[in-house]
Design a protein around this ligand. Structure first.
Ligand SMILES: [Zn+2]
Length: 148
């Protein structure tokens, strides 16, 4: 996504919103600090394939909500969560695939939470990995603190 002002190819997404059949993004150029707008068509909607085989369209809001629940009341800035959602969204749309397993997305979230906030990581892992009991949670914690 090149900046129309200076041609630089790194920009930061300031704002993302649905507009008609596309997604409109406000971007800030990392080089010249000019703002510009890009549109993405969602005609090539990416579907998420769940572990039980069900498919549903990728939904950034839903993704962000899932991360937010895991991070509730943790000292993590909303901007940080937005960044995780952005990275995952970019990965998904950049992959060029029509379908992405939910496992891939879950693992990407886990990867990021692991380094950002261990408590949020454990919360997300408990739900996402469907840890069945305390022992499984304990094992995950051990793995996290490197005792296993
Ligand atoms: Zn620029």
């Amino acid at each position: 996504m090149k900046c129309p002002h200076c041609g630089h190819d790194q920009s930061r997404v300031l704002d993302t919103r649905e507009s008609g059949d596309g997604i409109r993004r406000r971007r800030l150029c990392a080089n010249c600090d000019e703002r510009f707008t890009t549109y993405e068509q969602v005609s090539t909607a990416v579907h998420i394939v769940k572990s039980d085989g069900r498919r549903e369209p990728f939904d950034r809001t839903k993704l962000l909500n899932g991360i937010r629940i895991a991070c509730a009341k943790r000292p993590i800035a909303m901007a940080e969560l937005e960044r995780i959602a952005d990275q995952i969204e970019e990965h998904i749309h950049g992959s060029g695939k029509a379908e992405v397993p939910s496992k891939v997305i879950g693992n990407m979230i886990l990867d990021r939470l692991r380094t950002i906030d261990p408590v949020a990581y454990i919360r997300f892992a408990t739900i996402y990995l469907e840890l069945p009991d305390l022992e499984a949670v304990q094992q995950e914690i051990n793995r996290l603190v490197g005792h296993s």
